[in-house]
Each structure stands twice: as structure tokens, then as C-alpha cells.
Design a binder for this molecule. Structure first.
Ligand SMILES: N=CN[C@@H](CCC(=O)O)C(=O)O
Ligand SMILES: [Zn+2]
Length: 422
């Protein structure tokens, strides 16, 4: 089966000679082409070139291909959402008025709400409940042009329920068209039953949970919420080093609410990424630039918690490779709209219209080790392709808060057409 996309106003291939996570001006390379067509063969990109050249190279394929007319529209790679808490029970709209009245996110959590509330709901939920709820979320991601997502556990907080969450991800990896990359995050919070006995819970994560998750092959990454009142840098270091010993690549929720030298720790342990970084220090940013740690910035969280935004402009200018993501979760960022997150990154973190596209495609793919497969439109890569109903890419940030996704092609199959899921 072949697909030929013709007449697009712009094709953003996001291609570059740079094969590492992109930094500084590399983040502005869109690989923008006009007057080219895109040929897809099976689940792969076959060729991006003027139609005449494609016809010469692939006469039979062009003859039999399904033709999509993208006149007046743009084409780009499927979006990659590299930080989500995808699988969870319940919702937390009841916390919103509390926060609007001035109660802090951490106070609500320390009083037993927040992550603890969602943990209770996730523990209570059956496997099927979680599976069916997550399918709805993944379908919404697709409608917003997201074709690859990372998914963290961390609302089970005991072995049985962490494994339950991770098995939901595993089943969806097999059954849902969206590609899902799994992260173990048993260190998302200290469960209520271990309050005052935090080191004991750290021991359980290290000695029981990490070995089991690794043995079952349920995750590639190991994440920890390093935050005052949650896990200390010392505890976080132990958990991340333990994961490394079992082949799990470290990630870290760092410097979200209070500065805690999380960025520095990420650089020190060789984490692939440090995430949030709302209040990361100058030293931490410099350490990340030196180590090549990817900053995964989550402006939806700053928006929804009414907190200061991460210093995205400074990070790009300092040579940190930057990705951005929704942080989709029921507490601090209940949105699936990665396009809106791009808008926030432009308006509130000083990133350019070009940089946010890099940050939600190829740099996000790097943050979850999928840059060889997705994040750009290049011959041989997986055919995850968007057709967006705007005449040029600048309108993606100009007409903000809107979903411009018209067509989504996932691994060579049309899965969204005219904005609707097929
Ligand atoms: N900050 C820690 N974890 C999530 C929020 C989880 C929740 O509130 O349920 C985050 O990345 O924002
Ligand atoms: Zn998170």
C-alpha cells in the first residue's frame, strides 16, 4: 500500500545533518521544502521530492498509490509527546477551586490529595477500566497529531499496582496504533502508608520494584520526582543508580516547585533528560548543557499551577537541547493538546515558532530514544505524517489554542481524516 501526498504549501521534513539532540540554532532547522510530494510505501517514507522525480523513481508505486491532495495545507512529522502520566484512575477537577483560592499543589498533596488521590483511584480501578480510559486518551492524542507518547507509571506506588499500570501500557503497545514508550516511576510519591518511613519505601523501589520491572521488560526508563517533601537528591540518586544497574535509563522530575539541584543531579547521573525545570539554577542549566542532558519543558504545568515558567529561552541559548511536552496527568496538566503546549512555549518561555516544532518532534524523539524511527520525515523512517490545515507553519502558533490537525498518517495508515478519527 502506498500513499502520495501532493500539492502541500510547505513540507517541514525537520531533516538536518545533526544526528544528536539539537541545540541552539540547530533547533531552527525545519528542512522546509515547497513544491515537493511525499511518497509513503508500506509503513516507511519512500521519497520526498518534486512529483516528476518521484514518478521517475517509483512509476509503479505512484500509479497505484492513494493520492491525498494537501493543497493549502502543510505537512510535517507526527508529534512526539515525551512526558506523560498516561495511565491513571479518576480526575481531579475538585482541586481546581482549592488552588484558585490559594491552596498550593504541594499542600493539597501533603494533606492526602493530589498524587495520593489519583493513587487511590488507580489502585481501585480494574485493569480493564484503566485500559479503556487510556484508549480514549490515546485517541485524543492522535486527533491532536501526536503519534508517539511516553507513559510513566507512578500512581500504583506498590508493586502490584505499578505492574498493573505498566501492563496496561504493554497491552496498548501491542494493540493501539500510537507508539508508546514506557517509563517506570515508582518514585512518583511516598505513599501514605510509608509517611515517616520514607527510606523504607526507597528500599522497596530499589530492591523489589526495579528488579521486577526489569525482569518483566516493562520499562525502558526510570524516573523520580526529586522535590522537597517527596524524594531528596540523595534518595533520587540511589533510585536512579539502581535503575541503571538494571538497564533502565534515568529521567528525573527536577526543580519543579522549589530549586533542589535536580538539574545538577540529572547531569551527574547521566540522565537522558531532566523534566520541568521551572526553577532550575544557572549552575544546573550549565551542567546540563555540558552533559548534553535534554531539558523536557512542560509549560502546561506552569500554566495550570500558575507557577513561573521554565527559562526556555536561556536554556536554548545556553546550548541545552530542549524538548517540550504536555505532562498530561490529572493534577498539574490535564491536557492532551500538544499544539496548545507549543503556543505556551512561544508566548511564555520565549521560544521561537521554529524551535517549538523541533522541541515537539525530533528533540522529543531523542528524549525517549526514538530519533532513529520518528521525529523527521526522511527516507526509510516510519511514516508518521501530519497534514495540518494551515497555509504556513507560522499560523500554528498564530491561531493559538486550536487543533489544526486535518490528517494523521500513522506508520503508513490514514488514522485521522478531516480532523476525525477513522
Ligand atoms: N510533579 C509530579 N508529577 C506530575 C503531576 C502528578 C499529579 O499531580 O498527579 C507532574 O509531572 O507534573
Ligand atoms: Zn510528570
Amino acid at each position: 500500500m502506498a500513499i502520495l501526498i501532493n500539492n502541500a504549501n510547505e513540507v517541514l521534513t525537520m531533516e538536518s545533518d545533526v544526528k544528536l539532540p539539537r541545540r541552539r540554532e540547530q533547533m531552527s532547522e525545519l528542512g522546509l521544502k515547497t513544491e515537493v510530494s511525499v511518497l509513503i510505501e508500506g509503513d516507511r517514507i519512500a521519497m520526498i521530492a518534486p512529483l516528476d522525480e518521484i514518478k521517475q523513481e517509483y512509476p509503479h508505486l505512484v500509479g497505484s498509490a492513494e493520492v491525498i491532495d494537501a493543497r493549502g495545507k502543510i505537512v510535517m512529522p507526527g508529534l512526539v509527546d515525551c512526558h506523560t502520566h498516561l495511565v491513571h484512575g479518576g480526575t481531579r477537577e475538585h482541586e481546581l477551586n482549592m488552588r484558585l483560592a490559594g491552596r498550593s499543589y504541594m499542600d493539597i498533596m501533603n494533606e492526602g490529595g493530589g498524587i495520593h488521590y489519583t493513587t487511590t483511584k488507580t489502585r481501585e480501578a480494574s485493569f480493564d477500566d484503566l485500559y479503556n480510559k487510556t484508549v480514549q486518551h490515546l485517541n485524543e492524542f492522535l486527533r491532536h497529531g501526536v503519534t508517539t507518547v511516553e507513559a510513566k507509571s507512578g500512581y500504583g506506588l506498590d508493586l502490584e499496582n505499578e505492574i498493573k499500570q505498566l501492563y496496561v501500557v504493554k497491552k496498548l503497545q501491542e494493540e493501539h496504533v500510537v507508539d508508546i514508550v514506557s517509563t517506570f516511576m515508582g518514585a512518583h510519591a511516598v505513599p501514605k502508608e510509608y509517611k515517616g518511613n520514607e527510606d523504607e519505601f526507597v528500599k522497596i523501589i530499589i530492591e523489589q520494584m526495579i528488579p521486577k520491572v526489569a525482569e518483566l521488560g516493562l520499562a525502558e526508563f526510570n524516573d523520580v520526582f526529586c522535590e522537597k517533601g517527596v524524594f531528596t537528591p540523595a534518595q533520587s540518586r540511589l533510585i536512579l543508580e539502581a535503575g541503571k544497574a538494571y538497564g533502565l535509563t534515568p529521567k528525573i522530575h527536577a526543580d519543579e516547585i522549589e530549586p533542589y539541584e535536580g538539574a545538577e543531579l540529572a547531569a551527574e547521573v547521566g540522565a537522558i533528560s531532566a523534566e520541568h525545570l521551572l526553577v532550575a539554577s544557572d549552575e544546573g542549566i550549565a551542567a546540563m548543557a555540558k552533559a548534553g542532558t535534554i531539558a523536557v519543558l512542560l509549560p502546561g504545568t506552569a500554566f495550570f499551577l500558575r507557577a513561573p515558567y521554565a527559562r526556555g529561552r536561556l536554556m536554548v541559548d545556553s546550548g541545552v537541547p530542549v524538548a517540550i511536552s504536555t505532562d498530561f496527568n490529572p493534577g498539574s496538566s490535564p491536557t492532551i493538546s500538544l499544539p496548545f503546549i507549543q503556543n505556551l512555549a512561544c508566548m511564555n518561555m520565549g521560544m521561537t515558532m521554529e524551535e517549538v516544532l523541533c522541541a515537539t518532534t525530533i528533540n522529543a524523539a531523542h528524549a525517549i530514544k526514538r530519533a532513529d524511527e520518528v521525529g523527521t520525515l526522511e527516507k526509510g523512517k516510519q511514516a508518521d505524517v501530519l497534514i495540518l490545515d494551515v497555509p504556513n507553519y507560522k499560523q500554528l502558533q498564530y491561531f493559538y489554542g486550536m487543533n489544526h490537525t486535518d490528517t494523521v498518517i500513522k506508520a503508513g495508515d490514514v488514522v485521522v481524516k478531516g480532523g476525525s478519527l477513522l
